[in-house]
Design a protein around this ligand. Structure first.
Ligand code: AYL
Length: 533
């Protein structure tokens, strides 16, 4: 059976084949299937496109240019960009040199970007002209390459893509344990940290995407709509790497916009639409208007991932869009993407499940009080082990050892059970992370900011349930003795310093923050208090 006597749950899916060699980078692995003649990436707004042939020559040319500029294995390169057809080109070129990609949310403020730059120490940044001032503000000396052509400026990706690749370039051997990406996540506690993922992690994720969508691609071809962000593991694993190995066509939207998304489905006859739950909610709430205005007959699958999808939304969606299957994907930045998923209509019929464990992924359900592993149908913290699990947090030994066990288990911070058929059910979140519209909001960052306000003595930030956004950040604030600071002042104080998705959207005052004897905020008590009224 899949659950053995030592309480490990094994994946019921076919194990991943071993990659061909220890010395292989993710880009070489992805490009080893050529798909010549097919269209790889289409810009939804300009119609500009790359065939697979053009994509791989562009990657070669950029790799060569980067190498000539002196970029070497281990160097960190920052990408600050909305989704674009150039985003994967940069990622793939950087990885093929064994250099490391770090990304950040284009909505982030200069202050937030500066913090991340100070931590990850990039030697070069790729960005767009509108976003370049944020990088200059955050790090005046960091070299910048613009990803979109700006007149006849020379330091552009366009220029790099045009150059003939030079064969003599220096290229160090990349092995699968080398670091490929450094994406930021708050994990179970504290501020955002760099998640160190290796080429092996990414190759395994690409293989999971291949196993999940490969058959259909071969049988009838697939066109995906990309509106989830490529800077996040969801978009990076699916659109900037996985699907390019498959030979699918990807229609890229620079950001989420309902009309653009729907008209692109119609225009490009798209078949699969990966989303986060809040977009499904919006599609449900406007279903009748949407169905009368757009021809969505090509669409057969919506993927939902990144946050829980409620029963009402699932049922409502199935009723309004009877020809569209909703498939689930559950995962973490720390698991380089999907850890469990429903891959077929049949699997998705088990209501509320996040799906079966990904190929070659093992799980344990660990009792949060006794730390003992639990059997089938019992609820506890989900631990994951397998080829996609990160190497650790970047220069943060403490966070690494509290999240990864010595025998390779990742403590997900999610409260789950696994049923007798091997289906994973996410019940709750143990960790402090708040998910606003699928975006990560680390409470610790907001609490630290609140404590810098002269009128605030103490503060705690918790998730408050919200129909459209999933959760909104809510602050409990203890005022200083003579202070009468009001809700709006608290919200404005934070709004001035953080990206819009991190804003505090609800405030309550309290006489003291409940804490355990070691000073840890009792967040569950505050959530109960906030939602009991
Ligand atoms: P991060 N259901 C419930 N909660 C979820 C789900 C889901 N399907 N997916 C993610 N979460 C929560 O690092 C959960 O608490 O990556 C998890 O620990 O931003 C946390 O979000 C991780 O947040 C895919 C599908 C990648 C999903 C992903 C992971 C994106 C979230 C590729 O195809």
């Amino acid at each position: 059976g899949f659950c053995s006597s030592n309480s490990i749950f094994y994946s019921k899916r076919k194990p991943l084949p071993l990659p061909p060699s220890h010395y292989i980078d993710a880009t070489t692995f992805i490009s080893s299937r050529s798909h010549h003649g097919r269209v790889a990436l289409i810009d939804a707004s300009t119609g500009r496109q790359f065939t697979y042939q053009q994509l791989w020559s562009a990657v070669e040319a950029v790799t060569s240019s980067l190498s000539n500029m002196g970029i070497r294995k281990g160097d960190v390169i920052l990408i600050l960009s909305p989704n674009s057809i150039y985003f994967p080109v940069v990622c793939l070129a950087v990885m093929s040199l064994g250099a490391i990609i770090t990304t950040t949310n284009p909505l982030n403020t200069t202050r937030e970007i500066a913090k991340q730059i100070a931590d990850s120490k990039p030697v070069l940044a790729f960005t767009t002209s509108p976003l370049a001032p944020k990088i200059r503000g955050a790090s005046p000396t960091l070299a910048i390459i613009l990803m979109e052509s700006e007149g006849d400026s020379s330091n552009t990706l366009e220029e790099m893509m045009k150059k003939e690749p030079e064969l003599s370039r220096v290229r160090e051997r990349v092995n699968q344990d080398d670091t490929a990406t450094l994406l930021y996540s708050s994990g179970t506690t504290g501020p955002s940290k760099g998640v160190v993922s290796s080429h092996k992690n990414l190759i395994a994720m690409v293989q999971i995407v291949l196993a999940r969508f490969g058959k259909e691609q071969e049988e009838r071809g697939q066109t995906f709509i990309c509106t989830v962000p490529m800077f996040h593991i969801y978009g990076l694993a699916v659109f900037a790497t996985g699907l390019l190995s498959l030979g699918s066509t990807i229609v890229v939207l620079s950001k989420f916009e309902m009309h653009d998304m729907l008209s692109s489905i119609e225009k490009f006859r798209a078949s699969i639409l990966p989303l986060v739950p809040p977009i499904l909610v919006a599609m449900l709430n406007n279903a009748d208007a949407i169905k009368s205005k757009y021809d969505l007959s090509s669409l057969h699958t919506v993927l939902s991932g990144g946050a829980p999808l409620s029963k009402e939304v699932t049922e409502g969606f199935v009723e309004k869009y009877p020809n569209v299957a909703i498939l689930q994907g559950y995962g973490l930045t720390e698991s380089s993407g999907v850890g469990a998923s429903t891959d077929s209509l049949e699997e998705s019929r088990k209501y509320g499940t996040a799906g079966l464990l990904s190929s070659s992924t093992e799980a344990m359900i660990v009792d949060t009080e006794t730390a003992k592993p639990l059997p089938v149908n019992r609820t506890g913290e989900l631990w994951l082990r397998g080829p996609t699990i990160m190497k650790g947090y970047f220069s943060n030994e403490e966070a690494t050892t509290s999240t990864l066990t010595s025998d390779g288990w990742l403590k997900t911070g999610d409260v789950c059970y696994i049923d007798s058929d091997g289906f994973v059910f996410i019940v709750d979140r143990l960790k402090e992370l708040i998910k606003y519209k699928g975006y990560q909001v680390p409470p610790a960052e907001l609490e630290a900011l609140l404590l810098t306000h002269p009128a605030i003595l103490d503060a705690a930030v918790i998730p408050y349930p919200h129909k459209e956004a999933g959760q909104i950040p809510m602050a409990y604030v203890v005022r200083k003795a003579e202070s009468n600071i009001a809700e709006k002042q608290v919200m404005d104080f934070i709004a001035g310093q953080v990206a819009s998705y991190k804003r505090i959207r609800k405030v309550a005052f309290i006489s003291s923050i409940p804490k355990n004897p070691s000073g840890k905020i009792l967040r569950k008590d505050l959530v109960k208090l906030a939602t009991s009224k």
